[in-house]
Design a binder for this molecule. Structure first.
Ligand code: KG4
Ligand code: ZN
Length: 355
C-alpha cells in the first residue's frame, strides 16, 4: 500500500511517498521556510500558512515524478492533524482531504509527535520495544514504546521544551532563528571544548544550573536555564574587545549545550533503568545536536544500550515520517482508514491520547 504523507504543522512543508511492503520510502521532498521567518526572529504563523499553500502542489508533483508514479497509484493520504499552528495545519489538512476526495482514496490523520517518535523506523524497521526521547521545539518527553499505538508517557517537561531552551538561549546570545543549530555552531568555537574537566573548573567556564536533573522522576524543566543564561549575559563586562566578546559568547553557548545534554542524558539513562529496556530512540529536532549524540554515545551506548536516530534530514519536520506513520498505523489496524470529507485539526493534542 502506497501512502502519501503531508506535513505542514509549522515552518516546513514536507511531502513523501512510502510503501512498507515495496521499496519503503519511495520519494520525499521538503521546503523549509527558515529563511523567510529568520527576518522576524521566529515563526510568523500567517506567513507560514500562506507559504504552505504555495508549496504543496509543486512538492507533490516533485515526489510523484521522483517516484515515477501517478496520483492514481496512491492508496491513501496521511497528513499531520496536530499539534501545531492552527492555520498551517488547516492548509495541509484541507489539501490532503481535498486531494484524497478527488482521487476517491482514504485518509489517515497523524499525530505529529507520533511521526517523530516512529521516524527512526525509516531506516531500522524492527525496533520495538524502546524508550523514546522526543526532543523538539515544543516537546520534551520520555516514552516507553511497545508497538505502534502503544505508548506510555514516562516524563514530560513542566515548562519550556529542550528546543525552546536552545532557541531562547540563542536569542539571548544574539543568534538568529532557529537558535538550536546556531548555538551548537557557536559552542563548537569555544576554547572550553579543548580543556580537560579540571581546567574547565578552574577556567572562566560559565556555571549554569541543571533544573530537576536529580529530581528522582523523569520530568524536565528548562525555563530556569534561560533565566540563568540571561543572568550570565548581564555579568559580562561592558567594555569588551570583539575577540573577548566572541569568547564570552561561545563559552556560554558551550555551557548551555552541556547543561541541556547533561539533563537529557541523565533522564534517558534513568528511563532505561526504570523500564529495563535496552534501546533508546532519539527523535525530534534537538536529536540533530552533535554534542548530545556524542554524550549519549559515551554515557549510554558504551553501557550496552543501542541508541537509534532518524537520518539527520528526518530529525526535523518532514513528510517521510508522516507517510511512514500513516503506513504503520494502517498496517497495525486497517480500520484507521477514513473517508475523505469532514475533518478538523488539533493544534493542541496531547500525545497520550493519540493512539
Ligand atoms: O522537531 P522540530 O524540527 O520541530 C518541532 O516539531 O518543534 O524541532 C525544532 C527544534 C528547534 O528548537 C531547533 O532549534 C532544534 O529543534 N534544533 C536543534 C538542532 N537542530 C534543530 N537544537 C540543537 N542542536 C541542533 N543541531
Ligand atoms: Zn516536529
Amino acid at each position: 500500500m502506497r501512502v502519501l504523507g503531508i506535513e505542514s504543522s509549522c515552518d516546513e512543508t514536507g511531502v513523501a511517498l512510502y510503501d512498507g511492503e515495496n521499496g519503503g520510502l519511495l520519494a520525499h521532498a521538503l521546503h523549509t521556510q527558515m529563511a523567510m521567518h529568520a527576518e522576524y526572529g521566529g515563526v510568523v504563523p500567517e506567513l507560514a500558512s500562506r507559504d504552505h499553500v504555495r508549496r504543496l502542489i509543486p512538492l507533490v508533483r516533485e515526489v510523484m515524478q521522483k517516484a515515477e508514479l501517478q496520483l492514481s497509484d496512491i492508496d491513501a493520504i496521511a497528513y499531520t492533524q496536530g499539534p501545531g499552528l492552527a492555520g498551517a495545519l488547516l492548509v495541509g489538512a484541507t489539501f490532503a482531504e481535498s486531494l484524497a476526495w478527488s482521487l476517491e482514496k482514504p485518509v489517515i490523520p497523524v499525530h505529529h509527535l507520533e511521526g517523530h517518535l516512529l521516524s527512526p523506523l525509516l531506516s531500522s524497521p524492527a525496533l520495538f520495544p524502546f524508550v523514546a526521547l522526543l526532543v523538539s521545539g515544543g516537546h520534551t518527553q520520555l516514552m516507553s514504546v511497545e508497538a505502534v499505538g502503544h505508548y506510555q508517557l514516562l516524563g514530560d517537561t513542566l515548562d519550556d521544551a529542550a528546543g525552546e531552551a536552545f532557541d531562547k538561549s540563542a536569542k539571548l546570545l544574539g543568534l538568529g532563528y532557529p537558535g538550536g543549530p546556531e548555538l551548537a555552531k557557536l559552542a563548537e568555537m569555544s576554547k572550553l571544548n579543548t580543556l580537560n574537566e579540571k581546567d574547565k573548573k578552574d577556567s572562566t567556564c560559565p556555571r549554569l544550573p541543571r533544573p530537576m536533573m536529580k529530581s528522582g522522576d523523569l520530568n524536565f524543566s528548562f525555563s530556569g536555564l534561560k533565566t540563568a543564561v540571561l543572568n550570565q549575559v548581564q555579568l559580562w563586562p561592558d567594555e569588551l574587545h570583539e575577540e573577548e566578546r566572541q569568547q564570552y559568547r561561545s563559552n556560554l553557548a558551550w555551557a548551555v549545550q552541556e547543561a541541556i545534554a547533561d539533563i537529557l542524558v541523565e533522564k534517558s539513562a534513568r528511563a532505561l533503568r526504570q523500564t529495563g529496556l535496552k534501546r533508546l530512540v532519539v527523535a525530534g529536532g534537538v536529536g540533530a545536536n552533535r554534542r548530545l549524540r556524542q554524550r549519549l554515545l559515551e554515557q549510554i551506548e558504551k553501557r550496552g544500550v543501542e541508541v537509534y536516530y532518524p537520518k539527520l534530514e528526518f530529525c526535523t519536520d518532514n513528510g517521510a515520517m508522516i507517510a511512514l506513520t500513516g503506513w504503520l498505523k494502517w498496517k497495525a489496524d486497517p480500520q484507521v482508514l477514513r473517508s475523505a470529507g469532514a475533518f478538523s485539526v488539533k493544534p493542541r493534542w496531547p500525545m497520550s491520547v493519540c493512539s
